[in-house]
Design a binder for this molecule. Structure first.
Ligand code: PLP
Length: 360
């Protein structure tokens, strides 16, 4: 009815259709308030109930322990590249693992703040695997160990968390947030830009252990202090009200569809369809070592730039959009987040099979 297509964008990305429909139904008059959520004061009781419900639903979904704060902050995931070292580098030193484009960017920003020790890197093979992090050389006094848990561009994911040897673990979960169960107490700080797997762009969810929130950072610009956001319940200033509202809807949707275990089952099932195809295809090849393949972002190539471009164009014409790979990897990339239905992936595979037969 709405002529929607299968959108394989890495982000902003597909949303669950029932959520879009609910938003449509509430757009002009949110539950008898006589106004749209976009028009509401963030200090109103009705909006406060939206934020409170969103936080509670996220806590329920992930099983977030009570000694962690949930913060909704603007500036996207990118601002966290700076906020993390500015807030957590007490001794001025942190360990980073370099596994792709996004951890690389985080490293560059952290270097502006303090000493960065890159304890492991997979750059030697163009970020197609996760290095062994069972016995890292972690220097004394390191404030935290930083990872990007799913590299959106390179399509690699951590099958197992690193051995931090007691150091707080900081994880960028932007492109895998809520895609599977997560044991929050393994981490000091988890953050995610929501536009990959959850909601509209322009907001990050940060889940931070309370003892990492410092109150001795008075000289840091107020907006960059986790404490300011935590003390004000994510409303130090006007928050991204719309994003909070939509994310809250997605949290409820995930709860009603069986939670993160069920989401994980569906995501594995869905990704398998595409990886099985790539493994049997003689034209298309996945670029990542099997053990580290992402369930969310699937990069693949034909080996010919011209043919890659031809596939992307033909796919778009057939209703499969945004399959062009990131410029640093080339080829194609299918982002198949929570909201991508299995039929979307199965239809794409059918299309690629047909393309392959015609180009033998
Ligand atoms: C997209 C992305 C970012 C950057 O997000 P912005 O909201 O655009 O700042 C950071 N990390 C990862 C893993 C991402 O996928």
């Amino acid at each position: 009815m709405y002529d929607r297509i299968f959108n394989f964008s890495a982000g902003p990305a597909m949303m669950p259709e029932p959520v879009l429909e609910e938003i449509r139904d509430e757009l002009l008059n949110y539950r008898g308030s006589g106004m749209c959520v976009m028009e509401m004061s963030h200090r109103s009781a009705v909006f406060q109930s939206i934020v409170d419900q969103a936080e509670q639903d996220l806590r329920d979904l992930m099983g977030i322990p009570s000694n962690y704060k949930v913060l909704f902050i603007q500036g996207g995931a990118t601002l966290q590249f700076s906020m993390i070292p500015l807030n957590l580098m007490k001794n001025g030193k942190a360990v980073y693992i370099e596994t792709g484009g996004w951890s690389k960017k985080a490293i560059a920003e952290a270097k502006k703040v303090g000493e960065v020790v890159v304890a492991a890197s997979s750059q030697d093979k163009n970020y197609t695997y996760i290095p062994d992090c069972a016995d890292l050389d972690i220097p004394d006094g390191a404030d935290y160990l930083y990872i990007c848990e799913n590299e959106t561009i390179h399509g690699v994911t951590w099958p197992k968390l690193p051995n931090t040897k007691g150091c707080p673990l900081v994880s960028d979960q932007s492109s895998m947030f809520l895609s599977k169960p997560c044991n929050v107490s393994d981490y000091g700080l988890i953050y995610a830009g929501v536009q990959k797997n959850v909601g509209p762009a322009g907001m990050v969810v940060a889940i931070i252990r309370e003892d990492l929130i410092r109150d001795d950072l008075g000289s840091l610009p107020i907006y960059l202090q986790y404490k300011a956001h935590a003390d004000a319940g994510s409303m130090y200033n006007t928050p991204n009200c719309w994003a909070i509202y939509v994310c809250g809807k997605v949290f409820q949707y995930l709860k009603s569809t069986g939670g993160l275990d069920e989401m994980h089952r569906r995501n594995q099932d869905k990704a398998q369809v595409l990886y099985d195809f790539l493994d049997r295809s003689t034209l298309f090849h996945g670029t990542v070592e099997k053990e580290y393949r992402s369930l969310m972002n699937v990069p693949f190539v034909t080996g010919s730039k011209e043919l890659d471009a031809e596939v992307v164009a033909a796919a778009k014409a057939a209703g499969f959009d945004n399959l062009k790979g990131h410029k640093s990897v080339g080829g194609l990339r299918a982002s198949i987040y929570n909201a991508m239905p299995k039929t979307g992936v199965a239809s794409l595979v059918k299309f690629l099979e047909k393309f392959e037969t015609e180009h033998k």
